[in-house]
Design a protein around this ligand. Structure first.
Ligand code: SAM
Length: 164
């Protein structure tokens, strides 16, 4: 598969999963968390999907398109391993939706980060929260659910948080 085809499939998978997740959290209150601002594409999609929810975005730097940068209260800058510890106070309520788009393309590094996020997220999510991720997340509080049928297996991942 060409890298162009691969990139298109990834972006389509993100859109399918986020749109599905939006319908799934109708009855779940709480903010949305985005890990990986990057260019701001998925943040922009999330704010279209959730005009009435707060969206907090985490990244080590802000290098997004200038029209896709959250305001100061909603962008948390730094390594996730440093910023997640105090994130509960910042976001104010357990999250209804989490999107992790953190891959670097370096498999071992990405696996290590996914292990960290899977553990750290459990303290930030509401029961019924949907987690959409570019990496597989292994956690007792997250139950894997099938992404939409259009998404190739293991291209993107979806989970639902169970009460702890
Ligand atoms: N969702 C973005 C979009 O649609 O444009 C793309 C995100 S990009 C694939 C991954 C982002 O995760 C990068 O901006 C990178 O800086 C961030 N990132 C990866 N590891 C991180 C870490 N340990 N701490 C903070 N940010 C990290």
């Amino acid at each position: 598969m060409s890298r162009l085809d691969s990139a298109i499939r990834r972006l389509e998978a993100q859109r399918h999963c986020l749109n599905r997740a939006a319908r799934m959290i109708d009855g779940v209150s709480g903010p949305v968390l985005e890990f990986g601002l990057g260019n701001g594409r998925t943040f922009d999609h999330l704010r279209e999907l959730f005009p009435d929810r707060e969206i907090f975005v985490f990244d080590r730097h802000v290098e997004a398109h200038r029209e896709c940068i959250p305001d100061d209260r909603h962008i948390v800058v730094g390594d996730f391993r440093d910023t997640l510890a105090g994130a509960g106070a910042r976001i104010g309520a357990p999250a209804a939706l989490v999107h992790c788009d953190v891959g670097s393309g370096r498999a071992e590094e990405d696996r290590r980060l996914a292990r960290y996020l899977a553990g750290a997220l459990s303290g930030l999510v509401a029961p019924g929260c949907v987690v959409v991720a570019d990496q597989a997340l292994d956690s007792d509080t997250l139950v894997a659910i099938d992404p939409p049928s259009e998404v190739e297996p293991r291209r993107y991942f979806m989970y639902r948080a169970v009460p702890t």
